[in-house]
Design a protein around this ligand. Structure first.
Ligand code: 1CP
Length: 344
């Protein structure tokens, strides 16, 4: 199979036009997704490979993006291992009995992807079989810190007080927790790649809540275990966090080939700090997609100009598509990025 442009760009190879996809491109912004969700719950979609594959492919058809991202969630692998985790509409993951002590660790047995997540692997196979070779399929997992934050808080948090309290009070329990979560993420990602995913993204969405020193002490080792554990598979490894501009170098050190950059750090600065061997992904402000067309076009061009025509850039938003986004505006972003040619 020829190398898809997204994969080539992740590897730092020159490509004819900048490839583009969007975090959270599947889901609530698409009317065809909302129509399907009127009939099926989120869990039903994820666990039915034909439905999950359909939702994964919807944005590829409508938006013309260069990659599909598996339709699943960062808590899907732990849900298969632990009872009492659900995804509530508009709230995200909630955990009935939060993880707060050493005794809770016994609830986190290792993941056996073939037995625990057969529907995810079947979805990957169906999607890969349906996509043209030039469109990459990206697998993903939640990074240990961000998944731990849901398990420890019981849901989304604004200050991560229980998560940080556990780190500071009981570092051995914390280390054990994130090590188990690293094993689960690694097993899930390796199985996705074996089933046909051509790149993987490790989402550490909430890690920006930590200082760099705490990141290095409490997070980097387990994230490194996930990323290093994929090295032999030779697929590009993307690592992303929100509001994590102060952690870009450390996240690259954790073993990323590509660092996802949110809109707060200009790409030229990110590239300067990360050096020539790390590719970048990003970083249009998701709210700019809702701006007037001329403003949106200027913002897209700003991102491309900040990258300066260097190889190793995949265009994306600085975070996920907002639910009320007009899919037509996303399509315009794709067309603008594809039409752009770097200055000679
Ligand atoms: O239909 C619905 O109501 C469910 C909303 C929804 C969707 C569409 C959830 C619940 N998860 C998803 C799919 C999803 N989640 C995907 C695949 C679709 C795609 O990207 O196109 C991916 C990659 C994720 C990853 C995810 N889930 C992250 C990391 C990415 C990010 O946005 O930072 C996180 C933090 C979650 C948790 C989560 N799951 C769902 C929601 C609403 C949330 C976020 C909760 C919150 O913001 O607090």
């Amino acid at each position: 199979m020829p190398v898809a442009p997204v994969v080539a760009a992740y590897r730092g190879e020159a490509v004819e036009r900048t490839p583009v996809w969007f975090m959270r491109q599947a889901g609530r912004c698409l009317p065809e997704y909302r129509a399907l969700r009127e009939r099926y719950s989120f869990a039903e979609v994820v666990q039915a490979p034909d439905l999950a594959a359909e939702v994964t492919l919807q944005p590829v058809r409508r938006l013309g993006v260069d990659a599909a991202i598996l339709f699943s969630d960062i808590v899907t692998p732990v849900q298969a291992v632990v009872d009492g985790i659900r995804i509530r509409p508009d709230r995200g993951p909630v955990v009935d009995h939060p993880f707060r002590s050493k005794d809770d660790l016994a609830r986190l047995r290792p993941l056996d992807p073939e037995a625990d997540l057969p529907y995810v692997l079947e979805t990957v196979r169906l999607v890969r079989g349906a996509l043209p070779p030039e469109v990459a399929l990206i697998g993903f997992a939640g990074a240990p810190f961000t998944v731990a934050s849901y398990l420890v808080e019981g849901g989304k948090s604004s200050d991560y007080r229980h998560t940080k309290a556990l780190m500071y009070r009981d570092p051995d329990v914390w280390d054990d927790l994130v090590d188990r979560l690293a094993g689960i993420a690694l097993a899930a990602l390796r199985a996705q790649v074996a089933a046909g995913a051509q790149a993987v993204q490790l989402f550490d969405s909430w890690v920006g809540a930590l200082s760099q020193a705490d990141y290095r002490r409490f997070v980097l080792p387990s994230s490194r275990r996930v990323l290093a554990g994929l090295a032999d598979l030779r697929v590009p490894r993307v690592h992303f966090g929100v509001g994590a501009g102060h952690l870009l170098e450390a996240m690259a050190e954790a073993g990323a080939d590509v660092v996802g950059v949110d809109w707060r750090v200009p790409l030229d600065e990110a590239r300067r700090r990360l050096g020539p061997t790390v590719a970048v992904q990003g970083n249009l402000d998701p709210t700019a997609v809702g701006a007037p067309p001329d403003v949106l076009e200027a913002r897209v061009n700003e991102v491309l100009a900040a990258n300066g025509g260097q190889p190793g850039h995949v265009f994306n938003l600085g975070w996920g598509v907002l639910p009320d986004t007009d899919p037509g505006a996303l399509r315009r972003v794709v067309d603008l990025v594809h039409a752009h040619r770097p200055p000679a």
